[in-house]
Each structure stands twice: as structure tokens, then as C-alpha cells.
Write a protein that binds this ligand. Structure first.
Ligand SMILES: [Ca+2]
Length: 448
């Protein structure tokens, strides 16, 4: 015998659970719309049942009306499964289950949203695993070239993903707000491997372009797996478009971009103007297309990376990432590629060491507000601290220093900016930057 669990938004006898049948978690869930509009399979199921089952007749003598959504907790949800035992007269036939459309982890590991199975299909998703105590299906939204979405948490992939893609063209996803109060999109590059830029660092082979945002988003290319972007959306309902242009040479390309919509009121929303946003006491910040092996500094970058100041932390220590022992191609220890913005980094070129300030860093640089080296108050040349860092060595004293050292900043909010010009004239082999950050606890004086 086939049974249904009704997924409805009205109440009977003050209970949000109206009803049904001998439902099990595997049963099909129907929506409020299915029931109220009377045109669904459930409605006909109900009508047929009314002929031979007085209970159904009694139940549907009243006019169900939509109510504002009521949510129940997982705890309540589990209780509902026991409810028929408490009132067999009424609830032996029905159990209506209502649950929040919360984020869920699908069986495949992708993030989804918890929906009744039929609702998931109606919205264009794919069910993948269970949620809401087994009453819901984890619904994963995955879209490819030419598609549009208004679903929170949509994965944007190339056609044929996960098989790699090698072709030319334009692949676009149009993203509409899932609710009026959406302020931001978070783009997480779960997989991102398209062609490298040309010799000047300009993405003139392949390009990833974000348009329709209210903040400026740089064009990026190359390798960006594990990186992310926050982009701001306007007050109106105009969409944001994500485009991957592939025009370069033959390459096994791949992209899978998770697009999450963020409400204006969410605490985890990135502060205004932050293209990248990190939370937590420590982490790793990479410029786009940073990769020790095959990355290349991108030109025309101009953006801010923000770090949330965690409670009881007052400063940040930045250190250049370690290349590890796998870097056989570049054995000279000082020729680190973890921080290489200007100068001749390629083998045979002349290292410029660490440079600072607006007179030395005029093409490509990172700004770390009032950066200082360990324990040093007065910098070389008399400056208390430096803002603008460049060269091929990470050291806030500049002056061509050849040793990488930790650099501290106590300026708030915690943020760094990155600027590159449109070419790499006079530069070679630069990768951009990879910096570890660790927040520094407040001293007693700083807490005051
Ligand atoms: Ca440059």
C-alpha cells in the first residue's frame, strides 16, 4: 500500500501536524501547494479516499487555509513520530510533518537544502541523501552553461563535470536572488583550473568574469581551487552573472563554483568592500592564481582582503608561506616564491629583495596597515611602520632585505589590499603572495 506524508502549512486542533498515514521516512512528501490547490496526486488520492473512509471525509470538512510558516525543531520532529501512539483515534491516518529548509550535507558531500522530495524536483534540484530526521531529501542544485538559478547554494560547473573540459566558448550562470534581502554572494572555488594569463599577467586566454555586482570584481584566471570571493549585489532584483570564457590553448579545464546567497542581516556577511573575508584566529591568504608550481601573478588586480578580528585578539602576524621540500625547481632558499610581487624572480634574474613605501613600490604591491617587523618600533629610514610592501622578499623593513621575517600589524580593522598594474614590464617569474596569518592576543594595555 502506498502512503503519503503530507507536507502542509496548516494546523488541526492546534497541532502543526495534521496528519497522515502510516508514513515512514521513505514515503513521498508533498507540499502545502499540492494539498491546497487540489490538483496534485495527493488531492486525487484524498478524493478517492473520501469515498470509502469516513475519517478522510471528516478531516476535509473544514477548509484548510494557508498559515504563516511554522517551524519545528528537530527535537519536535522526532517527537512527532511517536505522536500517533498518543491519539490513535485521530492520528492513525495522518502525520503532517513540517521542517525548516535548512542546509544539509548530501550523500555525495555537496551542500544541499532540505526539501520534500517532490519540492526538490519541482525546483530543479537533485535529491541526494536524507535530512530532517529522514522526512526530507537533501536537495543539491547544480547548474551548468547557459543556466540560471534563484536557489541558494547552487554549484556552477562546466558541461560534463567532473570530466575535464577542453574547448573554447563562453559558459555563464545567471544568479537571481533567492529572497529580497540578499546582499551578497559567496563564490567558493571548489575546483578552478583554467588557462594561465599571458606573459604580462593579463587574463587574455581564459577569464572568469563576475558582472552585475555593486563592487568591482577583478577578472581572474589560472588556478584558484580553494580560493573564494564575496560579491555585493544591489537592492534591485537584477541578477549577477558568472562567466567563464575559454579561448586559450588546449588544456584540461575544470570548474565547480559553489554560490551561496547571504542575507543582509547575516552575521557572517563580509564587511563592505571585502572581496575576500577570513574568519578564525589563523589562516592562509593567497592572491588569485597563486601556486608554487605553476601560478603567475595576475595583472589588473585591486582588491581588499579582510580578516575578522576575533575576541581578545588585537593584532596579526603575517608570514610568507613555506614552499616545503617539494620545491626542487627553485632550491635557493631566499628565492622564495611565497611573496614575489616585483623584480626578477626567475632564475638568473637579480632579486630586488624586500621593498617598501610608495616610492619603491609603484607597480604592484600589498598594503598591510602600519606593518612592522618583530619587536621593532622604528623602521629603517625613521618610519614608525610601513604600509606598502613589494619586491621578492617579505620583510617590512624593505631596503632590499634578503631575509623573510614575520610582519606584524595592529591596525584595525584587519585588512590588506593588493594592487597590480596592467603589465609585468621589468618583472619576471612573480607569483603574487601566499601569507599565513595568526591573530595576536591583546596585551593588558591593549585591552584597556
Ligand atoms: Ca605588474
Amino acid at each position: 500500500m502506498s502512503h503519503k506524508i503530507i507536507f502542509a502549512g496548516f494546523c488541526i486542533l492546534g497541532v502543526i501536524v495534521v496528519a497522515s498515514a502510516f508514513g515512514t521516512p521513505e514515503d513521498e512528501l508533498l507540499t502545502e501547494g499540492d494539498l491546497l490547490h487540489g490538483s496534485s496526486s495527493l488531492a486525487s488520492h484524498v478524493r478517492s479516499k473520501r469515498q470509502g473512509n469516513s475519517f478522510w471525509g471528516n478531516l476535509f470538512n473544514f477548509e484548510p487555509k494557508p498559515r504563516p510558516e511554522r517551524r519545528i525543531s528537530n527535537h519536535t520532529l522526532s517527537k512527532l513520530q511517536q505522536y500517533p501512539e498518543r491519539d490513535n483515534r485521530f492520528l492513525s491516518l495522518f502525520t503532517v510533518v513540517r521542517f525548516n529548509n535548512e542546509a544539509c550535507m548530501s550523500a555525495s558531500g555537496d551542500n544541499g537544502t532540505c526539501f520534500p522530495q517532490a519540492e526538490c524536483v519541482r525546483r530543479g534540484g537533485a535529491t541526494n541523501g536524507k535530512c530532517a530526521q529522514g522526512y526530507g531529501s537533501c536537495c543539491v542544485f547544480s547548474k551548468s552553461c547557459g543556466a540560471s538559478t534563484s536557489q541558494n547554494c547552487t554549484y556552477f560547473t562546466h558541461n560534463g563535470y567532473p570530466t575535464s573540459f577542453d574547448g573554447t566558448g563562453s559558459c555563464q550562470l545567471t544568479v537571481y536572488k533567492c529572497a529580497p534581502d540578499i546582499c551578497q554572494l559567496k563564490l567558493e572555488f571548489e575546483s578552478f583550473n583554467i588557462a594561465q594569463p599571458g606573459i604580462n599577467g593579463v587574463c587574455n586566454n581564459d577569464q572568469f568574469i563576475v558582472s552585475g555586482t555593486t563592487n568591482a570584481v577583478p577578472i581572474i584566471c589560472g588556478i584558484n581551487t580553494g580560493n573564494h570571493m564575496y560579491v555585493d549585489v544591489g537592492n534591485d532584483n537584477s541578477p549577477v552573472t558568472l562567466s567563464v570564457i575559454t579561448s586559450g590553448p588546449t588544456l584540461s579545464r575544470s570548474w565547480k563554483i559553489k554560490v551561496t546567497q547571504i542575507r543582509c542581516t547575516e552575521a557572517y556577511r563580509a564587511p563592505e568592500g571585502c572581496l575576500q573575508y577570513f574568519r578564525g584566529v589563523s589562516g592562509v591568504i593567497r592572491s588569485y592564481n597563486f601556486d608554487f608550481v605553476s601560478g603567475q601573478q595576475l595583472s589588473n588586480q585591486d582588491y581588499t582582503t579582510c580578516i575578522r578580528q576575533e575576541r581578545n585578539f588585537c593584532g596579526i602576524r603575517y608570514t610568507a608561506c613555506s614552499e616545503g621540500s617539494a620545491d626542487g625547481a627553485d632550491p635557493t632558499p631566499v628565492r622564495s616564491r611565497a611573496f614575489s610581487l616585483t623584480g626578477q624572480l626567475a632564475q638568473g634574474g637579480t632579486l630586488v629583495g624586500a621593498l617598501t613605501g610608495s616610492t619603491n613600490c609603484i607597480t604592484d604591491w600589498v598594503t598591510i596597515p602600519c606593518a612592522t617587523n618583530t619587536g621593532r618600533i622604528m623602521q629603517m629610514g625613521g618610519a614608525v611602520c610601513q604600509d606598502r610592501l613589494c619586491g621578492d622578499i617579505f620583510n617590512s623593513e624593505g631596503g632590499g632585505a634578503m631575509n623573510q621575517v614575520p610582519v606584524y600589524s595592529y591596525a584595525k580593522p584587519f585588512r590588506i589590499t593588493y594592487h597590480t598594474d596592467p603589465n609585468e614590464t621589468g618583472d619576471s617569474g612573480n607569483r603574487g603572495f601566499c601569507l599565513n596569518y595568526i591573530q595576536q592576543p591583546c596585551t593588558p594595555q591593549q585591552r584597556k
